[in-house]
Ligand binder design. Sequence first.
Ligand code: F3S
Length: 399
Amino acid sequence: MELTKQEKAMLDGKEGYAVKKSMEILVALGDIFGAEKLIDVGSVQVAGVSYHNLGDAGLDFLNSLAEDGRVKVLTTLNPAGMDLENWQQLGISPEFAEKQNLVIDAFTRMGILVSCTCTPYLIGNVPLYGEHIAWSESSAVTFANSVLGARTNREGGPSALAAAFVGKTPCYGLHLDENRVPDINVQVNAELSRLSDWGALGYAIGKKAENKIPYISGIKKATLDELKSFGASLVTYGAKPLFYIKDITPGAELRQQPKETVTIEKTDLDDAYNKINDQVDEIDFVCVGCPHCSIKEVAEIADLIRGKKVATGTELWVATSRTTKQLADKHGYTAIIEAAGGKFACDTCMAVAPLKGRFKALATTSAKGCFYSRQNLMKTKMGSMKECVDAAVTGKWNN
Ligand code: F3S
């Protein structure tokens, strides 16, 4: 990879240890993937924040970088392993909380915004169309590439941090025009009537697209929440973190239609539900907000649960960013949800919190949430927001 004089100086350690280490990571990545140069990035989103995944080795690595590493561009964090304020209410142990706080301290010293969300585009980290960025979390990467038209590979935690310290990333993969061309045509012939249908659609297309970029036709309209749910599912179940929907997402009209075509029928969505849903009636955990809830989703939950009570033995978590929760506080949604016995899980989510063995059966709107909760040994049910709130109130899934 060709380096400028300034980049060579950074690699030689002229800007300190963290920048030197970062340059080593970026140059190694660039060489592996055949990048010709580094390009400036407008923002970074760093995943790998939960102490549950990092462990002590990861914490030591972060502390070593925090000695002299300071980010050069707007950098936000993915969810951590706990709500940074109300971790006790969510049943997190003091030992875990102490370690998680040390992780957050290290990121704070680096100058990173402790936003702890996978929807940074909802709280001020919003890249422009065509802007190069270095983001990590797969649903955020997919949303940025597809809905906003920004350009990012799916960075690992270390390569995203490296991009933040250097302000650049190697120019390969989805940064290049030739790698953003759709290579499978998807005709959707099924009605999408509730949020979870978009997760089922992501599952169905992800399985058929098999690491390709889909160009999707047949969808008349979509909301932001539907697209964020769809992208999260699509990339979890198999496709690249980029999709085009005709007449809805940017760039689609510029593309040639690919040669290969698949169709999605109602039976494909039914099959997705069958694969994602387990045989289970009793629900002890309801978690909505994967990806993190927008304020519109929080309002919908408040509306559905107003005046009701979460069943004894069942927990309802609303996973969202702290910024969105603050808005919910102002509008009274928080008070309604908490009066019903629901809990906010800010800064964290069901996949990165240490939940293994704590709950038996999850109800959620999210296909991605089901995928990760099975790894946490839960049975899963996916359905609409209303079905999830009903499950929280009754402790049962209404099949
Ligand atoms: Fe976000 Fe966690 Fe889901 S990072 S997309 S809420 S698994």
